[in-house]
Design a protein around this ligand. Structure first.
Ligand SMILES: Cc1cc2nc3c(=O)[nH]c(=O)nc-3n(C[C@H](O)[C@H](O)[C@H](O)COP(=O)(O)OP(=O)(O)OC[C@H]3O[C@@H](n4cnc5c(N)ncnc54)[C@H](O)[C@@H]3O)c2cc1C
Length: 453
């Protein structure tokens, strides 16, 4: 095996995948260079996870104020949102996170180059910087260039027709926004804008929002949207959007035209794989994504790819874990491949939706026999005390072995509550372990023990 200190690792793209690979590889002893064209932390910190969840936090605070009357708190008067202050808050969070990530790489001796990275051969690359090109030689390379929102050819983005990238710089709250796309990003944006006070129309191209999830989960979310006045247009697929004097008009394939002030496009993503020099190293792509094996190796043995550019499971948590595993793998350590079925995922709406492992909809489609136990949060004292009793906890286990196979939590703080179920799925624990764990009373997590009964 090559001495670690001799291995030169080049990372192109310093988002969650690239950053985690660089820090772990540098800790083990490799010589690491990261080329990043925007900010260390990537799209995840600049536009995606962090600013969107900071907006969710503002929207949650507004809803809590609006619903405070239920807990006996006097009317606090109309709530006003200052988009300028919110925007400045989001940008300050992103820059704090970026500087702590840069400091970490710096302290580990990682070389950081601000510029556009491109392969020029099997072991060579160039960083195109403002001060000219820098040639780099490497032994191994990780391509972790991420993705960007996909824009359909019938839309031309401007200040009123926008993707999630522009949301954080809006000068004012849209009066009426049509959200195109009812997947995870679309529903999170519906939640944000409807809580902040915009009128929202959601185009749902299938039978229900979140078409790949349990219908029961989607129904809880749809009810919550309807309660707050969101218009759901089912079976409606957008076919065009144009500017009008006062705003936009969105056209649908079934012949509707919806007038609004703004249109938000949340219809998927496209990989950042162009102008990366893939052809010079003979790297294959599929619809622009870079296919990899279970260790994130491309069709070229010393070239790795990770995160959204691979199109596997586009989550920051997944990209980070892939990066960590890649660093160890490329330095010759044994690593277990990532098991995508065990990834805990959350949708930050109100109520939140979190799941891990096998879902009921997938067990049914695989014809797999499972034991499903479910308790409503309406039976949980803490949920009732807090006035957030919408939702449920569901635990799925193997009827023969009683091993936990998966679970879903729909409710306040579901993204935190999923943790014990995720641990059980990862460690192959039996439902009895959840049942016998003495949880705090009163707490939301008690419902997990109860659902394990
Ligand atoms: C609105 C939204 C909210 C989200 N919220 C969550 C969430 O709450 N939780 C979660 O887990 N996931 C979330 N995601 C998904 C998450 O953001 C992505 O999965 C994650 O960013 C992928 O990380 P990455 O390292 O692959 O790429 P990125 O974060 O996209 O980073 C790639 C970096 O590479 C740079 N780059 C690209 N090409 C080059 C080049 N040639 N040279 C140099 N640099 C280059 C890019 O500028 C970028 O900085 C969200 C996504 C969206 C759209």
């Amino acid at each position: 095996m090559q001495n670690h200190n001799d291995t030169r690792l080049l990372v192109i793209g310093g988002g969650p995948a690239g950053h985690s690979a660089a820090t772990v590889a540098a800790t083990i002893g490799a010589q690491v260079t990261v080329i990043e064209d925007k900010v260390i932390g990537g799209a995840a910190h600049l536009w995606d996870c962090i600013p969107s969840k900071a907006m969710v936090a503002s929207s949650m605070r507004i809803s809590a104020i609006r619903n405070a009357g239920r807990l006996g708190i006097d009317e606090v008067g109309p709530v006003h949102l200052d988009m300028g202050v919110l925007s400045a808050h989001l940008h300050s969070i992103s820059s704090k996170i970026e500087s702590s990530m840069v400091d970490l790489l710096d302290s580990q001796g990682v070389e950081m180059i601000r510029g556009h990275g491109r392969l020029t051969g099997l072991n060579t690359a160039v960083a195109e910087t403002d001060d000219g090109d820098i040639e780099i030689e490497f032994d191994k390379v990780l391509l972790s260039t991420g993705s960007r929102p996909w824009v359909p050819d019938w839309a031309t983005p401007d200040e009123r027709i926008f993707t999630t990238r522009e949301v954080y710089s809006l000068p004012e709250l849209p009066e009426h926004v049509v959200v195109v796309g009812s997947g995870v990003t679309g529903v999170e944006m519906v939640h944000i804008f409807s809580s902040l006070g915009s009128k929202v129309t959601l185009l749902v191209s299938r039978h229900h929002v979140l078409p790949h999830r349990d219908a029961e989960v989607a129904m809880v979310l749809e009810d919550s949207f309807l309660e707050r006045g969101v218009a759901l247009l089912k079976g409606s697929r957008a076919s065009g959007v144009e500017r009008t004097a006062g705003g936009v008009v969105v056209h649908t394939e079934d012949g509707r035209s919806i007038e609004a002030s703004h249109c938000l496009l949340a219809v998927g993503s496209a990989p950042n794989s162009e102008n990366l020099g893939l052809e010079t190293a003979g790297i294959e792509t599929s619809r622009g994504y870079i296919p990899v094996n279970e260790y994130n190796v491309t069709n070229v043995a010393h070239i790795y790819a990770a995160g959204d550019v691979c199109g596997e499971l586009p989550l920051s948590s997944v990209a980070t874990m892939q990066g960590r595993k890649i660093a160890r793998h490329l330095l010759g350590h044994d690593v277990a491949p990532l098991d995508y079925r065990k990834v805990a995922q959350a949708i930050f709406t109100e109520p939140e939706i979190a799941s891990v492992g096998l879902e009921e909809v997938h067990a049914a489609s695989e014809g797999r026999k499972v034991r499903i136990t479910k308790v409503p949060l309406a039976a949980n004292p803490r949920a009732l005390i807090q006035g957030n009793a919408h939702g449920f906890v569901k635990v799925i286990s193997d009827p023969a072995t009683r091993i936990v196979l998966g679970g879903t939590v729909v409710g306040h703080h579901a993204s935190e509550l999923i943790a014990p179920i995720a641990l059980a799925v990862t460690a192959h624990l039996r439902v009895d372990v959840l049942l016998e764990t003495l949880m705090v009373h009163p707490s939301l997590v008690e419902s997990i023990a109860e659902a394990a009964e």
